[in-house]
Each structure stands twice: as structure tokens, then as C-alpha cells.
Design a protein around this ligand. Structure first.
Ligand SMILES: [Zn+2]
Ligand SMILES: [Zn+2]
Length: 322
């Protein structure tokens, strides 16, 4: 008598790919969900201390800098240059945010820019849903392997960190938090701080393609969102960024606070980074667009979930190219 699928797991019948993906997605979710549960439950048992909160704020800022200035502006867009040791330090700081390795992160981010808000975009809230863009794409198991990042794969230390050691900076930080502030340090400086880092970073993928203003008529739905920029040290100026992705700054005007850029400027003064790329005058003064004057404001409720790709491209390309 044959055993019905999925209970037959004999080697002669390989597990279908769909089941394999399902199992992988659940396994991958365990640490992520576990960290969230710990961030919610452990504060009932471990009291915060000022020391733990202070270290938590410092490590949040340092790790966010690793993501914004390191993973994003350096590894994804090469918007400035630095030395090989400092390049590794940026990769280490980014890994400490527990968002996988620099090659994986930047490889997928380049895909986002190449196919923004189209089917091949890994995390478009316009083509799919806000949930998918926020966390669903990471947990889905579809994006275990990133497209090759040939310009950085040639560094063996980055390949090693990305493939085998991406958990090491985070675990080292957890141990450091214990030494600095005891169990309160582990809970508040590391666990709660890491979960806050996750969702602040993910806001750029989800909210910054749905809410906010559009200064430039880019062929995607990227938006400038001031409060997301404050939480992420400058990443919320996302419409500016999609308009001119290779710039080291994302706040184009003095009132667009971009702390990552200010820190990069400071590092350039002492010679740790150099050749920061600035948006050209032509890019800054490109035809500005007040979307609200052309179309009714888009809200989360009426945001279409599956816009035909051809419609987006034709319409947006018409505006963009004038
Ligand atoms: Zn984007
Ligand atoms: Zn980018």
C-alpha cells in the first residue's frame, strides 16, 4: 500500500521543491520569530537599567550606520571609497544588525533598484503587499541566494563573513552586552535593540514606497518620508535616493536630516573614507513633481496590490522622460 504524500519521505522519492521551500521558510523563521518573542516576553522578567538602555541606543546607532553607510551606500551603491580594513569593519557592523551578510544584502538591494516596483523586485509593496515588502520576502525562503556581487566577491574575508560568519558579529555583540550590563544588557541592548533595528530598516522597503511625498517623478513609487529618515539615520529620503542612487547623501537639502551622511562627512575629514559622490546640479534641479497636484493621494487602503507592470512603466516612463 502506498503511503500518501507528504508522509512518504523515502530517499527514492525526493521531496518536492515546494515542500522543501516550505520547510526552509519555517526553519528560517525560527530565530527571527524567537527574537521577537524574546523581545516581548523577557522584559516582564528582566528589569531595564540605565546602563543597558544607554548601550542599546549606542549599539542601535552603530549598527544602523553599518546598514545605511555600509551595506546600503557602500556595498550596494559604491557611493564612496574606503580602505580594505574599514570596508571589513563596515561589513562587520552591518552583520551585527543580524540582517545576513553584506553580499546577500547588497545583491538583493541592487535587484530592487534594477526592477523597482515590478515583478522581479524582491520586496515591492506596490506589486505585492506591505507585509511581503516588510518581512514576507525574507521569511519566504525564495531569496536564500542573492545574485552575485562580483565587485566585492573577490575579497575572501567578505566571502567568508557572508557565507559562514554572518552570525558571529551579532553573537559577539550579545556577549559584549552581557559583560557590559548583565542580563539587562542582553535583553535591552541586544534583543530589543535588534528587533527595533529590523523594523526601522524594513520600513524603507515597505512604507517608503507607499507613504510620503514624491519630489522626483521616478519610474517607481519611492517616497520621501521624514519620520522614517529620523529612525534610519537618513534612509527615509527614498525618492531622492531612487532619483540619484549613487550619491552618498540621501537628504538633498539642509532640512532633510541625514545623519549617516553627516557621519560619512566626518569620517572623510579624518581620511577613513574618501571620494564621497554628490548628486549633480542637473539631478538636483531635475523636474520636481508634486504628485498630489496630479493625482489623488495614495493611501494604504486604496493602494493597488497588483498593478500590471506595463501600466506602471508606460505611465511613469512618460512622466519621467517628459
Ligand atoms: Zn526603494
Ligand atoms: Zn539603494
Amino acid at each position: 500500500m502506498s503511503v500518501p504524500f507528504p508522509f512518504d519521505i523515502s530517499p527514492s522519492r525526493p521531496i518536492p521543491r515546494q515542500l522543501d521551500q516550505l520547510v526552509w521558510s519555517w526553519l528560517r523563521a525560527v530565530p527571527f520569530v524567537g527574537l521577537h518573542l524574546a523581545a516581548v516576553i523577557l522584559p516582564f522578567f528582566v528589569a531595564p537599567t540605565w546602563s543597558a538602555v544607554g548601550w542599546g541606543v549606542l549599539f542601535y546607532l552603530l549598527r544602523m550606520f553599518g546598514i545605511t553607510a555600509g551595506y546600503h551606500r557602500y556595498f550596494s551603491h559604491r557611493s564612496y571609497k574606503t580602505s580594505r580594513p574599514f570596508q571589513f569593519l563596515l561589513a562587520w557592523l552591518g552583520c551585527a544588525a543580524m540582517q545576513k551578510g553584506p553580499l546577500w544584502w547588497a545583491g538583493h538591494h541592487r535587484q530592487h533598484h534594477k526592477h523597482s516596483d515590478r515583478e522581479e523586485d524582491p520586496h515591492s509593496p506596490v506589486f505585492r503587499t506591505i507585509w511581503w515588502a516588510h518581512v514576507g520576502w525574507i521569511l519566504s525562503g525564495r531569496y536564500r541566494h542573492a545574485p552575485p556581487l562580483r565587485d566585492f566577491e573577490r575579497y575572501p574575508e567578505l566571502r567568508w563573513l557572508d557565507r559562514y560568519g554572518s552570525w558571529l558579529p551579532g553573537l559577539s555583540l550579545a556577549a559584549g552586552c552581557y559583560l557590559l550590563a548583565g542580563w539587562s544588557g542582553v535583553v535591552y541592548s541586544f534583543i530589543v535593540g535588534t528587533v527595533l533595528l529590523y523594523h526601522a530598516t524594513f520600513l524603507i522597503n515597505s512604507v517608503c514606497h507607499l507613504l510620503g511625498s514624491r519630489r522626483y517623478e521616478t519610474p517607481d513609487q519611492s517616497r520621501n518620508c521624514w519620520w522614517a529618515a529620523l529612525l534610519t539615520m537618513g534612509e527615509g529620503w527614498h525618492n531622492n535616493h531612487h532619483h540619484y542612487p549613487s550619491a552618498a547623501r540621501q537628504g538633498f537639502y539642509w532640512w532633510e536630516i541625514d545623519v549617516s551622511y553627516y557621519l560619512l562627512l566626518g569620517l572623510s575629514r579624518i581620511g577613513l573614507v574618501w571620494d564621497l559622490r554628490e548628486p549633480t546640479l542637473k539631478a538636483l534641479t531635475a523636474r520636481h513633481t508634486l504628485l498630489s497636484q496630479q493625482k489623488p493621494p495614495v493611501t494604504l487602503e486604496d493602494q493597488p496590490r497588483h498593478i500590471p507592470v506595463s501600466t506602471i512603466n508606460a505611465e511613469q516612463a512618460h512622466h519621467y522622460l517628459g
